[in-house]
Design a protein around this ligand. Structure first.
Ligand code: NAD
Ligand code: MG
Length: 396
């Protein structure tokens, strides 16, 4: 019955991207055979989805969550597993397409494993490209794997480049909504709470990426992601604030043409493009009514408000291990903010000071050639970043 169906696995199936991916698969009956689903502690959701799509395997990333998952799936025929090694084993299962939608650096190793197996990797986990872009791309070439962008801006650029010569590209502009605190006075930002920063004006996303949108760490990561994915120079990449989140990215060519990608803020467009690629299928996203929209606004981002953008430029300049440090330090800083330990504006300070501190330990310029080196750099950066968080006065 499953003959002729494309085999797919979803890493991070219980999250925002994972759920949207499952939604699209459910709307394409007979097209996709789901092999492995992975999640974290939300094993009830994981078990429910595994049964609904008749997955072969359900994996929780956490050993201690395995007994509950096992109980929930007893007698269903779905195989269960737990822990980091089980995630890697799940990435070894033969499939045609893998969605990489685990949040954070935890998504790096499973995605890497899928690439080494020559799979098509739909990459939502931007942390992978920030921490290990050159390594991932070289491994993809070596093993005949394909990486498809899922981040909306990068999917937009990818689509604008179909049939084009990358050498004819002059610039790439990715848009930013500016996040939940966009219109706050600069002086008030230091007092922003998790709740303030966790409300996004346009996109419905996981909590971490929503706060990263407010601080623009998300856009900073995306600048690096653009450089790595499309192989353009940092000077060719720009970001612009666009409060409506309708234009996702623009590609400027040497003849002066500027190709924009427009769509409603619904991740199912970018996910669906990567899922059905190279086909363009009907997708359940709202069609834009330009007359009703009437106005699209754009403005340059302010560096004082968004220090993350300046840090991303420095990271791109340094290359080597700087991306892995940037990503790890950002994750630790975000944990500190979520825990109420540091303030909203302290996050960029922690990342900047971690980059400075770690330059005493390792030579950041050195090219990273193995996944182990990336993971070691990530590990060391977390230690240094935690020291930076601890060194700051307790936030009130
Ligand atoms: P989310 O928090 O909603 O979901 C994350 C998923 O990862 C969940 O399935 C969770 O169980 C799993 N997970 C969490 N910690 C884990 C760990 N240590 N090991 C293994 N699995 C773990 O996140 P999301 O918003 O879906 O984002 C997923 C990825 O996609 C992120 O890299 C994010 O930057 C990227 N992305 C998301 C959006 C969006 O609209 N949500 C847009 C662009 C890019
Ligand atoms: Mg994005």
């Amino acid at each position: 019955m499953k003959d002729g169906m494309r085999k797919v696995s979803i890493f991070g199936a219980t999250g925002s991207i994972g759920q949207n991916t499952l939604d699209l698969i459910a709307r394409a009956p007979g097209s996709y055979d789901v092999v492995a689903l992975t999640g974290g502690r939300n094993v009830v959701q994981l078990a429910r989805d595994a049964v609904a799509v008749q997955a072969s395997l359900a994996v929780t990333a956490f050993d201690d969550a395995l007994p509950v998952l096992r109980e929930l799936l007893a007698g269903t025929g779905v195989e269960v597993a737990g822990g980091e090694a089980a995630l890697l084993e799940a990435a070894d299962r033969p499939v045609d397409w893998v969605m990489s939608a685990i949040v954070g650096a935890a998504g790096l190793a499973p995605g890497f494993r899928a690439l080494v197996q020559g799979r098509t990797l739909a990459l939502a986990n931007k942390e992978s490209l920030v921490a290990a872009g050159p390594l991932l791309l070289s491994q993809a070439v070596r093993h005949g794997a394909t990486i498809l962008p899922v981040d909306s801006e990068h999917s937009a650029v990818f689509q604008a480049l179909v049939g084009e010569d990358i050498a004819a590209v002059e610039r790439i502009i990715i848009t930013a909504s500016g996040g939940g605190l966009r219109d706050w006075p600069l002086q008030a930002l230091a007092r922003a709470t998790v709740q303030d920063a966790g409300a996004h004006p346009n996109w419905d996303m996981g909590q971490r990426i929503t706060i990263d949108s407010a601080s623009m760490f998300n856009k900073a990561m995306e600048l690096i992601e653009t450089k790595e994915f499309f192989g353009v120079r940092p000077a060719q990449i720009q970001t612009i604030i666009h409060p409506q989140s309708i234009v996702h990215a623009l590609v400027g060519f040497r003849d002066g043409a500027l190709m924009a990608h427009l769509g409603p803020p619904d991740m199912r467009h970018a996910i669906g493009y990567a899922l059905h690629y190279p086909e363009r299928r009907v997708l359940p996203v709202a069609r834009l009514d330009l007359a009703a929209l009437a106005t699209l606004e754009f403005r340059a981002p302010c560096d004082t408000r968004y220090p993350a953008l300046r840090l991303a430029r420095a990271v791109m300049q340094t290359g080597g291990g700087a991306g892995a440090v940037f990503n790890a330090a950002k994750e630790v800083a975000l944990d500190g903010f979520l825990a109420g330990r540091i303030g909203f504006m302290d996050m960029s300070g922690v990342v900047e000071d971690t980059l400075d501190a770690i330059a005493q330990d390792i030579c950041l310029h050195d090219v990273i050639e193995t996944l182990e080196t990336v993971l070691q750099t990530d590990h060391l950066a977390r230690i240094r970043a935690r020291e930076q968080v601890a060194a700051r006065p307790t936030h009130r």
